[in-house]
Design a protein around this ligand. Structure first.
Ligand SMILES: NC(=O)c1ccc[n+]([C@@H]2O[C@H](COP(=O)([O-])OP(=O)(O)OC[C@H]3O[C@@H](n4cnc5c(N)ncnc54)[C@H](OP(=O)(O)O)[C@@H]3O)[C@@H](O)[C@H]2O)c1
Length: 267
């Protein structure tokens, strides 16, 4: 992702949903750093005190969802699951491609993403890092090779993260389940709090750590009596997600309607 070059001859305008957040701010820095995407709208939540304030490094002001001076060619959304439906509906209503990294979406929201893909190009990813895209491939391979091993996924994030397990942990669990011909919902154990029993065969267990300023760590453990395989990824800088999302946005603008994955953008 990091090595992708974009053409300077075709500038693209992007609206950012969740512009005041950690990821939104990082996206603004990334877009200011010489990509050929320019920000044309910076959307924040309905209760944000930033509305009307100047967006650093631009001539724009923070606005509410859908507030635009000129229509964007793509929307990049890193907001909140509660905001997501409105962002998606706006993109469908205005036929604007959507790149989203918002996590904590319900299965109904994922179904709405699927339906929207009939009308617009949509690329949703729980993780916009290239390393995690490759981790995902390795997890699939390990799951196929070791179908009977116990699988546990441990993720760690900063104290401010709201959803748990992380969207990336869930996505890795789904990759593992598919590789082992399992139905994810029948085998995922998201918490062991209320379980009064030992581990069952075939379970995919999850554990979440929330502490300090951890950007994001994922560790997939496959274990059997006498040995353990661990596949892991550690993000140390939030800019990797912003860079991946900008690359995905630039790529998505020229696609027909459909549901795309970050993996599709990698040559
Ligand atoms: N896919 C990836 O690679 C990746 C990487 C990092 C994070 N994420 C995900 O991206 C999302 C944002 O993360 P973050 O760390 O930037 O969170 P954050 O710092 O809490 O920022 C959230 C942003 O969303 C806005 N927002 C919250 N509720 C809203 C609502 N109901 N309507 C409209 N806007 C609303 C906030 O606006 P206010 O200022 O008004 O609160 C803020 O701009 C999370 O779901 C996170 O898990 C994904």
């Amino acid at each position: 992702v990091n090595s992708v070059k974009v053409s300077k001859s075709t500038p693209v305008t992007a609206a950012i949903a969740g512009a005041s957040g950690r990821m939104g701010r990082q996206l603004l820095i990334e877009l200011d750093a010489g990509t050929d995407l320019s920000v044309c709208a910076a959307w924040v939540g309905p209760d944000s005190t930033l509305r009307g304030n100047a967006v650093p490094g631009t001539t724009l002001s923070y606005g509410s969802l859908g507030q635009v001076a000129e229509s964007p060619q793509v929307v990049i959304d890193f907001s909140h699951a509660q905001a997501f439906d409105a962002v998606l509906a706006w993109c469908v209503g205005h036929t604007v491609p959507l790149v989203s990294g918002t996590t904590g979406l319900s299965s109904q929201q994922h179904e709405r993403v699927q339906a929207a893909a009939d009308v617009i190009p949509v690329l949703w990813s729980a993780n916009f890092s290239l390393g995690v895209a490759v981790l995902s491939r390795l997890v699939a391979e390990a799951g196929r090779a070791l179908p009977d091993w116990d699988a546990e996924i441990v993720e760690s994030h900063h104290a401010g993260k709201r959803d748990a397990p992380s969207g990336t942990a869930l996505a890795l669990g789904k990759v593992l389940a598919a590789a082992r011909d399992q139905t994810f919902d029948d085998h995922a154990v998201l918490s062991r709090n209320d379980l009064d029993r030992p581990r069952q065969r075939g379970e995919i267990g999850f554990a979440s750590v929330r502490a300090g300023d951890i950007i994001g760590e994922h560790n997939v453990i496959l274990a059997i009596a006498g040995e353990r395989l661990e596949l892991g990824h550690r993000a140390t800088d939030r800019s990797i997600f912003a860079r991946g999302a900008v690359h995905a946005a630039r790529w998505l603008v020229d696609r027909p309607p459909g549901l795309y994955r970050l993996d599709d953008t990698l040559s």
